[in-house]
Design a binder for this molecule. Structure first.
Ligand code: CTP
Ligand code: ZN
Length: 161
């Protein structure tokens, strides 16, 4: 099969962000935790299960006119530790970096333990997890010691609307 037959062709974007090298199948989780629904009117391309030299298969998300906040990048790291963020200006990649799981994850995830002090209403206590290991990802609540299952992370993300 020649290249043009076997390759899924998707337009380059002019200005915005390309989240590349997402583990195959995780793109929708990422859109979800970024709270991107499509109704914002942004032009978005989502590619799933496309060929990758490094990962075998990967997902890619291209979002026009979008800049990610540092918190959003940390959230992406928790779901897609292999992801690279490409910042596009005038069709050129002006910046490219790997996401990185921070040492301490603060105010991003809810603790699974309902009696944890970080889940008590009233006085606001920011959730705080320590990263015990990155591969496989293992994180622990500093308040109650609960461990978080990697697969539960997408649904534990605290959404600020
Ligand atoms: N991209 C895009 N629009 C642009 C420029 C780049 O959508 N105007 C996308 C590319 O399709 C690719 C990603 O941004 O998915 C990174 O682009 P580039 O660095 O040119 O590709 P590679 O060299 O293959 O990246 P890497 O080495 O990180 O795999
Ligand atoms: Zn806790």
């Amino acid at each position: 099969m020649n290249e043009s037959v076997s390759t899924l062709i998707v337009s380059k974007i002019m200005n915005g962000t390309v989240i590349d090298h997402i583990p195959a199948g995780k793109a929708l989780d990422i859109l979800n935790v970024l709270n991107i629904k499509g109704s914002e009117g942004l032009r978005i391309a989502v590619l799933m299960n496309v060929e990758s030299k490094k990962l075998g298969r990967k997902d890619i998300i291209k979002i026009e006119q979008k800049k990610l906040t540092p918190t959003e990048v940390n959230v992406i790291a928790l779901i897609a530790p292999t992801a690279t963020i490409n910042i596009i200006e005038n069709f050129l990649v002006v910046s490219k970096y790997r996401v990185e799981i921070p040492e301490v994850i603060e105010g991003i995830l809810r603790c699974t333990n309902p009696t944890c002090i970080s889940n008590k209403g009233g006085e606001p206590i920011r959730s705080r997890f320590k990263v015990i290991s990155r591969e496989p990802l293992k994180i622990q609540c500093v308040y109650c010691g609960s461990f978080v299952d990697k697969d539960d992370i997408p649904k534990l993300i605290i959404r600020k609307s």
